[in-house]
Ligand binder design. Structure first.
Ligand SMILES: Nc1nc2c(ncn2[C@@H]2O[C@H](COP(=O)(O)OP(=O)(O)OP(=O)(O)O)[C@@H](O)[C@H]2O)c(=O)[nH]1
Length: 489
């Protein structure tokens, strides 16, 4: 049964927590500070009490509450106080409660776990109408100026960066400009589900990859429940560690303290839709401090901006990949998968320049399937296509990796052969001829090719080389087909 709320003028208190043990502990530690202290197990029970706004101090201990289920009731409770003070004891791994409750009325908070003496001091300070030094807010104007400057820097970072790495680095640098921030980091959840330390800025000697023992696969890190940057991304919550020892990882606390860190705050970077966040923004402060509602709102806005930035970086990356794919596809012949005529012309120009620069020979081979019209006429176009693919495959297997096989059009192909003289070109052409002659094409009589070979002349252009090699190919056709002809100089 809750105790009766005391008449006005006395120190009256109301403590809300679902666990009987927590209520008993609070009464044991702080009961003496109140003339009357009511203990209730839920927001509804508190709201059922008469004169809720007249209670001097409402204390909500968020331990054992569920942010999804209990948020609406507790928000109603803070609203019902009509401006009277509320003090919230908030577990460090669940600081997302704070902005939501602060939106409903004046809320001060302490991050749990708190030892008995700290809790008693915090309650005494609130009852006396004062604030603990930790809760001392910076003067409002300065706070607002700092927030405005921070937002501007973050927007600039977003505007200037196109890829993920640059964006993450600029964001971290922008966050370091916030008063009291010693170091900032961005953790990014990759599409495959791997959380990695994407960027950090600030204290030069502080490397979070070292402190955390790794920079990748951080969701598997044993510190994922202790370090706010990981916790925020893993549990999609604001995590606020105002005393490094509260995370229960002494080594981590020592390492951070060794670098001058006194407090760590992290916010999830929201994703577009439901599901895990995109990562987290992590701020390492020199000393513990509390945040006003404006500040927490501003930080939430910054993580929203970061989400937009990450989405933009993703889109940029996707469109670049698409461009590379489209560019690649536009260089290939759709039927055979080898270089198409246009790309072949570009590559020939390139190879000619290279041959000139390094004074190396270059050979061009042109070949054409013999009486291919007859294949189409007798077996149909689909079989003709199959023969074209089979010839391209057989030729591709034969040429060197540095050679380029081109479908020059119809049943005409070329091989651009760098470092190759006319004699070597002739040998290669003969190899191609015998290979195609020996390749069995299902359902088709033997297929043969005729070939022309030309070596690049000293001052010769690509056009002239092509004309000469085609003339040699024409001679091979006239000579009876299934043979090789060398181009005239
Ligand atoms: N199936 C198929 N046929 C093609 C393709 N491109 C061109 N052709 C055919 O290739 C044939 C080329 O015929 P011609 O230029 O007369 O030469 P040929 O019959 O090979 O005779 P020679 O070259 O003199 O030995 C034509 O029938 C074209 O229709 C293609 O992509 N697929």
């Amino acid at each position: 049964m809750p105790q009766q709320v005391a008449p006005e003028g006395l120190r009256t208190g109301l403590f809300v927590n679902p666990a009987a043990g927590r209520r008993a502990d609070f009464e044991a530690v702080c009961g003496g500070q109140f003339a009357h202290l009511a203990l209730v197990d839920s927001a509804d029970a508190a709201l059922a009490l008469p004169g809720i706004e007249a209670v001097d101090l409402l204390v909500i201990d968020l331990d054992h509450f569920d942010p999804e289920l209990d948020h609406a009731g507790l928000a109603r409770l803070v609203t019902a106080r009509a401006g009277a003070p509320t003090f919230v004891v908030c577990p460090f791994a669940n600081a997302r409660w704070l902005p939501a409750l602060m939106a409903c009325g004046p809320v001060e908070y302490a991050i749990a776990p708190l030892d008995d003496a700290d809790l008693a001091d915090a309650i005494e300070a609130r009852l006396a109408g004062g604030r603990t030094p930790q809760a001392e807010p910076s003067p409002r104007e300065r706070e607002l100026d700092a927030l405005a400057a921070l937002r501007t820097r973050v927007r600039q970072a977003l505007g200037e960066s196109e890829d993920l790495t640059a964006l993450a680095e600029r964001l971290c640098q922008a966050l370091c400009g916030w008063p009291g921030v010693l170091h900032a980091a961005l953790f990014y959840l990759q599409p495959g589900g791997d959380l990695q330390l994407q960027a950090q800025a600030g204290e030069r000697n502080l490397n979070l990859a070292k402190v955390l023992g790794r920079a990748e696969r951080l969701l598997q890190s044993p510190l994922r429940h202790a370090f706010p940057g990981l916790l925020a991304a893993a549990a999609n919550t604001i995590a606020l560690l105002d005393d490094l020892d509260k995370a229960g990882e002494p080594q981590l606390a020592d390492a951070l303290r060794g670098h001058g860190v006194g407090m760590v705050l992290a916010l999830p970077i929201p994703s577009d839709g439901p599901g895990s966040p995109r990562g987290s923004l992590c701020l390492l402060f020199r000393a513990a401090r509390s945040f006003s509602r404006d500040e927490l709102d501003a930080l939430a806005e910054i993580s929203d901006l970061a989400a937009v930035g990450l989405r933009m970086a993703d889109l940029n990356r996707e469109s670049e990949e698409m461009l590379v794919r489209v560019t690649h596809l536009s260089t290939l012949d759709a039927l055979t998968g080898i270089a198409n005529r246009r790309h072949g012309e570009t590559l020939l120009e390139q190879e000619i320049r290279r041959a000139r620069r390094y004074k190396l020979p270059l050979a061009l081979i042109a070949f054409d399937i013999d009486r291919f019209k007859g294949v189409n006429d007798r077996y149909g176009h689909p079989v003709g296509d199959m023969v074209l693919r089979a010839v391209a495959d057989a030729a591709q297997k034969l040429v060197r990796a540095s050679d380029v096989l081109v479908r020059a059009g119809g049943e005409e192909f070329q091989v651009i052969a760098p470092h190759t003289s006319a004699i070597d070109g002739l040998k290669m052409a003969e190899k191609l001829r015998t290979a195609i002659e020996g390749t069995s094409m299902p359902g088709v009589d033997q297929v043969t090719i005729s070939l022309g070979v030309a070596q690049l002349g000293e001052h010769e252009s690509a056009d002239s080389l092509t004309v000469r090699v085609n003339a040699a190919l024409g001679r091979a056709k006239r000579a009876g087909r299934n043979c090789v002809e060398l181009a005239m100089g």
